[in-house]
Design a protein around this ligand. Sequence first.
Ligand code: NAP
Length: 270
Amino acid sequence: MAEQTNIAVMGVSGRMGQMLLRAVDEAPEAKLIGASERPGHDWIGQDLGVAMGGPARGIIVRDNPLDTLQHAHALLDFTTPEATMANAEIAAQVRAAHIIGTTGLSDENLAFLKAASRHAPVIRSGNFSLGVNLLTVLTRKVAAALGEDFDIEVVEMHHRHKVDAPSGTALMLGEAAAEGRGRKLADIRDLAREGLTGERKTGHIGFAALRGGDVVGEHEVIFAGAGERIALKHIASDRMLFARGALKAALWGHAQKPGQYSMLDVLGMD
Ligand code: NAP
């Protein structure tokens, strides 16, 4: 068998952590070598398999990235912004490819990741599915083809436990639309509307976030013109989609030079 890629799963008990673990276990090219959780979590110090109610698997769940990442070629990180920053520092030290699905990162967090990417590959995406990445390419092209007389709105819906809004994917789609128009999203985004907002500003990109139930993730980009409307929509119905995409990024990423990459780079899309 070809050499396996050593993978660590951060936040292993989380909704995505559990999916990432399954994706690693499914892939013959990948080998789980570490797993982390939040300090104080019940699983810390326990064998991962036993903590999950099954047989031992020889991996102790750790609460600090240095112990978790010692032999890692890549880490899968769908946790919190704070945890992701701590992981980035150690990933840079041990030169492991950092695959980041965590959303809600601040500009300061992004600057930190940029600095970390001088030492190791950092692959970050608001969405690791093939379909959404294709949707960003389409969104950019449609936005470039249509003039500012088409208003762009991004609508998303997620499960009731999601803590940040708009979703990382909605922002990715907004960025793609802004790029298609040769603008910076930060200059033209309307993240929320309430009260007497006045008329919609021409050329702006609006966002709406719905939350409820167990919705995995739905995103729609609407181009609304006079007398016609184009809608591009993606529906995710299984979180394994993101986990398999993230693992693909890890297998690709650990062989790359230090730098910042996106899922479009992994998929070879432009
Ligand atoms: P979740 O169930 O809350 O999982 C996060 C996990 O990280 C939890 O188990 C949490 O532990 C753990 N954690 C917190 N602090 C930690 C630390 N310092 N060290 C290690 N682990 C720590 O949330 P989720 O639904 O899996 O989502 C996680 C993130 O991924 C969110 O930002 C979400 O938006 C994002 N996401 C991205 C994509 C994508 O494709 N990019 C797809 C889905 C989700 P506790 O619960 O004990 O605090």
